[in-house]
Design a protein around this ligand. Sequence first.
Ligand code: NAD
Length: 416
Amino acid sequence: MQDSTNPLVNTQVAFQDACRALGLPDAVYQILKEPRRVLEAHLLVRRDDGTTATFPAWRSHHNNARGPYKGGIRFHPGVDQNEVKALSMWMTLKCAVIGIPMGGAKAGVMVDPSSLSPRELEALSREFIREFASFIGVDRDVPAPDVNTNSQVMAWMMDEYGRMNDDADIFGIFTGKPIPLGGSAERTEATGEGVAVVTRRAMDRVGLAPAGARVAVQGYGNVGAQTARFLAARGVRVAAVSDVGGGLWQPEGLDLDALDDWVARHGTVGGFPGGTAMTNRELLTADVDVLVPAALENQITRDIAGEVRARLVVEAANGPSTPEAQEILFARGVQTVPDIVANPGGVYVSYLEWVQNRGGAYWSRSEISARLEQAMTAAFDQVWALGAEQAVDLRRAAYRLAVQRVAEAMHLRGWY
Ligand code: NAD
């Protein structure tokens, strides 16, 4: 049998399960099972050689009952409308779990950014805004970076939006911006920092002491590298990491400073001399205490789930495990912290960036970190308590908590 790898269908099933458990009227599920609207565009970019290329792009607005739409922009060759819709649904859930007054959105552009020159990447970023400007706005929809986009992409997008709108109130429209353009301290680190906070909390709950514990991190991009760094700072040994260029194993713990230096020079962890090479599958089934998938969707499938040796899986990526794999892990007693509880640190600090932009006053790194730690800890504890009270896994508990909050806002607005 095949795994269910359609993220939209999987998310709809989870929403339905939560709505039923909460005894909500069917109208709630009917509203939540699809985004309120999706805009599709075909972005035109003039290549450096004078030819024109087109790239399909989508922005999905899932739900804004609790506040303006919020969500990242992904540049990836494998992205499609279904994935963008599912990602926007997860944003609704994450904002509700972490308790910020925002709703769920996401964008994807079907493009391999490594095939673009820097000038073409800038042209694509600006074209995205020309096509999607009517969808976004400081009180309407606030985008941020995601896979293969970063603060530079946000800077170009903000500038393009400003040129189209007489530079009116543009700082609060995008988050994940560079610091000189109204970016927040700690935004780059936030997702991984939050993953590390929740990992430590979950380790406590399952009786794993940090000193000497080993973690494997799949994906050494923004989230994976920051998670590794924050866990290492808390005494955990980072024994395995991987990216598209290869995987590494060092049971005593990798030297992360030397590794980051290597990645800065070679663009991948592959070939780093401070560890032995390992495959993606070997990493996922490595002899570690904690496994952190921090790459893309559907990495832990049913045939891998049966071999996972970690006692704890913390989903830093969005949707890294299939529903079949989740059931197998649960049955085997492997505790899983789901994505919507593990990775909202990024959107939480994005929210703080938006608040700072609108208030015109800025907080220090330590103030942001303290707020982040408090919000992540509170959300994790609430989900843990609900899971224990209702005797369900943390994913079901998190969906119930989030759907209940969104449903309450929809009811107060008179949507059902
Ligand atoms: P990124 O592009 O910076 O990094 C992705 C990493 O995954 C890269 O190192 C890439 O080489 C690696 N990778 C891709 N496919 C792989 C594979 N098959 N095996 C091993 N490694 C692989 O992206 P990111 O921002 O770090 O995002 C990673 C995940 O976290 C995504 O699911 C994203 O949606 C999610 N996320 C990101 C943020 C954020 O703030 N950036 C917030 C919440 C969730």
